[in-house]
Design a protein around this ligand. Structure first.
Ligand code: SAM
Length: 280
């Protein structure tokens, strides 16, 4: 019997790249295969061949496409990931660069399950009491509805809060809850922290609804999976949506070199941040 594994993997990697820009090539096809195998179990197919036959006969329906795109994305995140960056916000960006602002507008462009925007919100809140700025708002977006659902709920497991969240912040900003009477605690962000936050589904490769500029854009650990062409295009669209002297924050392993000349590269305690150059 013919083995359809390669046909299916090639077909899925094309759909994934067209929809999300994420590239699965020979270097990570084994990862795609293991994800497809769990998809097969979830959908009660017997084998890759039977899934491929079904797609041949009926096409890729919406439910399957959504599941495929969801499993293709890597949602790895944690509270205060790359902690020095939050020190930059706390010690330099807010008190020195944005001092006396009426409103600091922040876009977190790949929020995953929300640990990143809530880490920003907690940092901002610590400074608010010092009267350095008046208010802030965070716009959190991601391509995946599943991760946004958790981000909106603001509920995290014990394991999740143990990854990067300092104990004093857990006590100050979260309520302990017991879902369905479970003896294991979960933790829900306090409502006053969600008040400054809006979460929306947004594919970075498609059109963006916002028209008002931001002061700082976080786009960490997502462009790394994109083609050079997509990286350049997204970064140049960020430049147009930043206020003069706005900042772009990329992931620790992501470099702007060869992608854009719109930014001055600045370094803070081994952390790199990108300041939009003044337009001539
Ligand atoms: C590895 S997580 C990074 C989360 C967070 N920024 C951090 O650094 O901890 C990458 C996120 O990017 C999202 N993503 C992938 N492709 C995307 C796209 N084309 N548009 C918007 N979000 C995308 C994924 O759903 C995932 O939640």
């Amino acid at each position: 019997m013919e083995n359809y594994k390669d046909h299916l993997l090639n077909y899925f990697s094309t759909v994934i790249e067209n929809e999300t820009g994420i590239i699965y090539d020979n270097s990570n096809k084994y990862l795609l295969l293991s994800r497809v195998q769990s998809l097969i179990k979830q959908l009660n197919f017997n084998s890759i061949d039977s899934l491929w036959n079904d797609i041949q006969a009926n096409g890729l329906n919406r439910q399957l496409k959504d599941l495929l795109l969801d499993m293709a994305t890597n949602n790895e995140t944690s509270f205060f990931r790359d902690p020095k960056l939050f020190d930059f916000l706390k010690n330099i960006y807010v008190p020195k660069i944005m001092a006396n602002s009426n409103k600091i507008k922040i876009w977190c462009a790949a929020t995953s399950t929300g640990q990143e925007p809530y880490s920003i919100a907690m940092t901002m809140n610590e400074l608010k009491d010092q009267g350095i700025y008046k208010s802030y708002e965070i716009y959190g977006t991601d391509i995946s509805d599943r991760v946004l659902k958790q981000a909106k709920s603001g509920v995290y497991s014990l394991l999740e809060v143990q990854r990067g969240l300092p104990n004093n912040y857990l006590a100050k900003y979260f309520d302990e809850i017991h879902i369905d009477g479970s003896s294991t605690p979960s933790y829900k962000i306090k409502p006053e922290m969600s008040a400054f936050m809006t979460f929306k589904q947004l594919n970075l490769l498609q059109s963006w609804p916002m028209t008002e500029p931001f002061d700082i854009i976080f786009c960490r650990n997502v462009l790394i999976y994109q083609s050079l062409e997509n990286k350049k295009s997204v970064i140049s669209r960020f430049s147009r949506l930043l206020n003069p002297n706005g900042y772009l924050i990329l992931g620790g392993a992501e470099s702007i070199l060869q992608l854009s000349e719109d930014y001055e590269i600045e370094s803070y305690e081994n952390t790199t941040v990108h300041r939009l150059k003044n337009k001539q």
